[in-house]
Design a protein around this ligand. Sequence first.
Ligand code: ADP
Length: 517
Amino acid sequence: MAVLLPLAVVVALAVQGTRAQLKAAWADAREEAERLAPVLAEGLAKDLQSQMISIPTYADPPLPGTPSELDAILDGDDITALETVRDNPQAGLSPAGLPRRALAALRIHSLDRSRQTKEALTALLIRETPSALTNTALKRLLAWETDQAAWREAEEIRALSKRVRDPEGEWIRGDRGDRISFIEIEGESLNHVAVTASPLAAVEHSRGLPRWAFSHVYIGESRWPVLAAAPLDLGKGMMLGISPYGYGSQLEAPIRRQQRWTFAMLGAVVIAAAVALCSIHRTLRRERKLNEMKSQFVASVSHELRAPVASIRLMADALEAGKVAPETAREFHRLIAREGARLSTLVGNVLDHARIEQGRRIWKMEACDLAALVADTVRVMEPLAQEKRITLVPVLSPVEAGVDSGAIQQALVNLLDNAIKFSPVGSATEVSLAIDGERRTWDIRVKDQGPGIPKDEHARIFERFYRPGDELRRETQGTGIGLGLVKAIAEAHGGAVLLESEPGKGSTFILRIPVSS
Ligand code: ADP
């Protein structure tokens, strides 16, 4: 959860930042477009002028020869009437010498360009007698068709020109909306250019810019990439709102800036997600390890409790039965006392560990003779040491300090217990108390001749439940909370617990307490 929140913030910032960049880029583009609009208007107008087509004027629609009743039908739009002429074998030739049936089929096809009309026209042309449809006649027939088309287009433009109010020309939006015509009247002649614009044809809107931002305008055959932004006023006429994308390379800069920003933000999001995932993974792994250590702790504590309780019960039963020799009875009493002390240390450790964990441990700091306290503790541990023929060598002189004497004793018991537990039979453990004048601390040192601890475990052995090391050390009784407790006690006094040790050279634990405490 703690990881997801910053991730969400980064994503929100990225989105916000990208939007802000986009806005800024767009504002820049618009400004640039407005600046370029007049320049473009001029360029565009010139381009248009060069493409002007002069529309020929026709006094009358071009008709083949002198009109007759049938020829009038040929010029009309009535498809049924035209079909009657086409299907009439008696239709004969037009005054210009062209078969009327073919003219009618051609006319039908030009009005309705469907496949059937084309097939009907082809069939008819094939059926016509060669004498009636000579090469020359065919050419004239086609020229007539071309003239008809040109005339019709001119008529269309002329109809548009009726809407031109200004004699110098005007832009007219085509009926279909995608074609824009510019018509210019020069004396009697009519000039015209068609511009096909597709400002709404979005080609690049996936970049997140408005749909109409990127588009193209076709002027004749040439394709103009545009970035629509500012309305263009081409003199008298009204034109599209465009400015050239290709014209101002400056326009690309804000867009590139926005892209860079987006990529940078995406990168940040990816990195943040990776960091978050790593951290979640680490937390989960630590949790799993802690759970494993806890289960191990429960198993060790149960074992540590069961063994002394069982031996106390056995010895007490034997004593009660009264069948034990006086010598053995004395030994049993001593062992019962020792196992009892071990149990009470263990229970004390577990309870204190829980209290410290929950922040319920109350420290009672009061003046006491630290040397006497250490000496008393050494005396308490003496019987345990004797069993392994370990000599405890106290090096002390009386000092007064303000400490929680119970806690300090508990810490020292744990250090001595470990020293005795891990040291070989017949070795010596030195316990000293000295003032470090420079640091102004009391240093209680417990120096044993045990197996020593490798450097990479120095920090970890103070973690709760952690019991590392070789088989010998792991097989030795213990729960893994002793050193954690020592550390907590030292820290509650504003001090620390230090370790000087390496494998094969014994260990020295230093309980360091500031003089002021
Ligand atoms: P426990 O002794 O119950 O296992 P501790 O927290 O007191 O738990 O000690 C943690 C570990 O540190 C021990 O399991 C042991 O591996 C190592 N250790 C502690 N004291 C000594 C020592 N004097 N010599 C060697 N190893 C030690």
